[in-house]
Each structure stands twice: as C-alpha cells, then as structure tokens.
Design a binder for this molecule. Sequence first.
Ligand SMILES: [Cu+2]
Length: 306
Amino acid sequence: MSPRQETPHFRRLIAIWAVLTVVLDVVFYFAVGPHVPPGAMSSSASGQQTDFIVLFMIALPVMLAVWVYMAYALIVWRGSRGGDEEPEGGAKARGHFGIQVGWIATTTVIVLGVFVYGTVELIVPAGAGGGEGPNPIWTPTSHDVLPIQVIGQQWEFTYRYPTFGGFETRELMIPVDTPIAFHVTSLDVIHSFWAYQLGVKADANPSSDNVAYTTASQLGAFTVRCSELCGLWHGAMYNFGRVVTKAQFLVWAQSTERQNAANTKLLPPFSYTYVPDANGADGGYYPDNVDPYSNVEQYGATSPSK
Ligand SMILES: [Cu+2]
C-alpha cells in the first residue's frame, strides 16, 4: 500500500468544509443579511428577509460541500501531464455503509427541515403571509386594522379608504405602526399589487377580494408595481406609496376625504369587488353584488347626484 492512500482525505475535506461553512455563514449573516431584499420596512418585509437569510444559510453548506470537494479533487487528485497513471477509486469508494446512511439522513433532514420551516413561516404572523385569497389563514390579533382597498385597472392602481368615507385616490398613504389590511381587486384583467419594500404582493383579480396584511415599521417611500402582465402599458403601471406618521396620515386622509367629497358621491358605494360598467362609456364601475345585466349597467348610470 502506498502512503498516498493512507492520507485522511475525508477528514481533511470535512475540516475544510466545516471551517468555511462557519466563516461564510457568519460573514453572510452579519455583512449581507441586513441588505437582503426586500428590506425591513414592514412586518411582512422583515419576515421575508429573515426567511431568505435562513434558507441561504442552510443552502450555503450544501453548496460548499460540492465546491470544496471539486476544488480538493482538482488540486490533490489531478494527474500530471503524461506522468502517473489515472488514479483509481479504491475499495473504500464503494459500499461504505456509514457514508450511504449519512448521505440519506443528511439530505432527508435538510429537505424535511426546509419543508417544515417554510410551512410554518407561511402560516405564522412573522411569515410572508397575505394575498392567499379572501379568507387568509392568518389574521392580525389587533382589532384596530386600517382597511385599504387596492383597485387594479388598465393601467394604474387606485386606492379606496372605506373608513374615511370611501374616497378613491391615486396616492397610497399608510400610517406607520398600524396593521393594514389591503383588499386587492381589479376592474378588468388580472393584475398583481406588489408593494416591494413592504413585502406585499397580492393578485388583483376581478370579482375577487384578495386580502394581505402588513404593518409598516419605517417611514419613507416604497414602490408599487404591477407584477402580472396585463396589457400594453403593464410596464408603466407603477407608482410610489408612502409610510407616514399616524398624525400625518390622519391629516392627509381627512383632508382628502373633504376635498374628494363631491367625487366620492359619484363613485359606487364601497364594495369588496366591483364589475366594470357594461356600458363602458362613462368609465364607471359598480358593486359586484348587482345583476351585471341590470338596467343600470346596461344603459349606463345616471349618477346619484343628477
Ligand atoms: Cu397590471
């Protein structure tokens, strides 16, 4: 037996892998973690950031196992040009019970662990929750939830505030440290409401009230994009929302309610879903609880104020 075969390759590999895993996982957690998207502007964003960090820290050792082995094999086991014979796998490369059991056990633990972790994070409040439909699994414990309706339409989002007289606006303002219930719907085709820094993404489908919760924890602007191809100007369907203090929000909401009062009267009463005006010409829309072929919709509305 040549001395080369006695070299403890396996132990060396494990040692290199273990050191790299610890060092890089720690570096990732502290240096990269805080910058992982979508940031920490809201409860849902923080939850997603944590999930990304955890999943990456689990994936990193797996990736390192492959890379370390490859690098080690390239450096230690490479044959010299035209020199030695091809190295051959010895007896230890086959039928090693410990390695086989270890391999199956490790991969099973990782996959089941990620499965359990992902499922729990989808359900508990800290998770990515929201946008699962009209009856979310998780609802905020607080009863003081601010409802905001998001209405997708070709090609913009508008917002209604039912607790402030149901006014409709293009501006999305939300108060900090307040649980928000986004009620997302559409007037025409399928859109998707994606408030990136809030970590909120919910399909906007006609005749559907899709609920997503979040609580903003930082002041500032966030982007809103449509994230479902919805026609010619899909790419231009974005704007900015803003997280403001509770006092600023109240001032804004009450003054907007006042300024919009005349327009709000022309809107259909607040409803969780709407159908577009079948007539189309006056650009109106109606609560989805009336016969879509009612006289009103077929022949166009006479606005309530007339
Ligand atoms: Cu869209």
